[in-house]
Structures are given as structure tokens and as C-alpha cells.
Write a protein of this length. Structure first.
Length: 231
């Protein structure tokens, strides 16, 4: 472990990520600024995560504008699904999509924390569980790599539920990209599937409060994004 965290947890040390995270913490930051900052942090965290989680492979040849031949390069694996956790995970989806060199399926998971137990409750899941067959050749099987995006890993319960769901679906590997996590939440999520999960996060705070909110944290990111504070 490094700094008390498992080796499959990676906390960004990029100065720009740390500065933007500090701006994001402020209660004076507007909803529009929150959206922009999360997008920018997601780009930087995602860039680091995909640099380690993907490989390149040759993909035939092409010609430059000067008609010189060159070997085309693409990424491996090509079977990738992007999985935002509703609702705040939507704020990171465009950033991760823009980093990938080709469009990938986006499969949404709707999870909320029950207020008393703080345990996750699934209310939406559009993973394609039907496998390709002679009767249904167009069906989509599980992705080789799933990329979970969710700005916050607080208690880690939601991340664990998402990891378990995707593992049951049949993915071979999972990358989790988040803006901020608590130390205990990151440990819990990392231990859910140690051999198959890598977690990349912009920052790490020490603890959560009795309501399951990270201290000092970012507040309720979904409410800040969508102007539903005080609902």
C-alpha cells in the first residue's frame, strides 16, 4: 500500500487537478462552474487512467496527405463500455468519451443510497444481458473493459454495487474514474475485486460524516450540478 491505500487505487498528484479540486470544494462555486470543473478533472483523471489501462496495436496501413504510407494505430481492448452512475456520473461521461478514439456503448446504472442504512438501491440498469445467438445475432455481450464514472466514492457502497453488477455481467476488467473519494470508501471499493479493478481518483479525503458525506468533501455533487439543493 502507498499512503494507506491499496495498490489498485491511484490518487492524482497533478498540480492542476489539485488546484481545480480546491476550487470545486468552495460553496461559492456556481452550478455552471461545478459542471466545468468536474468535466476538466474527469479529463485529467481519465487521461491518467486510460494511459495505464489501455494498450495500442497496429491496425493496417493508411496514407498521409503527402501520400506517405504509415501504420495505423488503435487501442486494445476495443470492447469497452462506459458506465455512468446516475445521476452525477453523467457529468463525467462526455470527458471520458472524448478521450477514446472511437464511440463506445454507454450503459447507465441508477443507484441511490437509502437514507437510514446508506446502502445502495438499484432503480435502473440498461446493461444488455442477452448474449448473441442464432436467434438474436445482434445482441451485445459483456464488454471486455468497463469504465465506471461517478464523481464521488464516499462510503464505497455504491461503487461496490456497481462493480458487483458489472462482474456478474461478465466484464473482464473495470476502471473506476472519480473526482474525490474517502480513504475508507476507496479501500472498500478496491477490495471488492482486487484482481479486476483499478480505481483512479482526483483526490482523497480522510473520512465521512454520519450522513455518509465526505469531510470536507464536495457536498452533494448531484444537487450542485443540477441546482436541486434543498430538495
Amino acid at each position: 500500500m502507498v499512503g494507506g491505500l491499496p495498490p489498485n487505487v491511484h490518487v492524482s498528484t497533478h498540480p492542476c487537478v489539485r488546484s481545480k479540486l480546491s476550487q470545486l470544494r468552495s460553496q461559492s462555486t456556481t452550478s455552471r462552474e461545478v459542471q466545468t470543473l468536474i468535466h476538466e478533472i474527469a479529463l485529467m483523471v481519465g487521461y491518467e487512467a486510460l494511459a495505464e489501462g489501455l494498450e495500442t496495436k497496429d491496425d493496417g496501413t493508411d496514407h498521409s496527405p503527402l501520400s506517405y504510407s504509415y501504420t495505423k494505430t488503435t487501442i486494445s481492448p476495443t470492447s469497452i463500455s462506459l458506465v455512468p452512475i446516475l445521476r452525477s456520473g453523467l457529468s463525467m461521461t462526455d470527458a471520458l468519451s472524448s478521450l477514446l478514439p472511437f464511440p463506445v456503448p454507454i450503459h447507465h446504472l441508477g443507484l441511490y443510497r437509502e437514507k437510514t442504512t446508506l446502502q445502495p438501491v438499484e432503480y435502473y440498469n440498461n446493461l444488455p444481458y442477452h448474449r448473441p445467438s442464432a436467434a438474436n445475432p445482434s445482441a451485445t455481450g459483456p464488454a471486455e473493459l468497463a469504465i465506471i464514472v461517478d464523481p464521488i466514492i464516499a462510503t464505497g457502497a455504491t461503487a461496490c454495487a456497481a462493480i458487483e453488477t458489472l462482474r456478474d455481467w461478465g466484464v473482464k476488467r473495470i476502471i473506476v474514474c472519480s473526482v474525490l473519494g474517502s480513504e475508507a470508501g476507496l479501500k472498500r471499493a478496491a477490495e471488492e475485486w482486487e484482481g479486476g479493478v483499478q480505481i483512479w481518483v482526483g483526490g482523497c479525503d480522510g473520512e465521512v460524516d454520519g450522513k455518509g458525506m465526505i469531510k470536507p468533501g464536495l457536498g452533494d455533487v448531484g444537487d450542485r450540478l443540477y441546482l436541486t439543493i434543498g430538495k
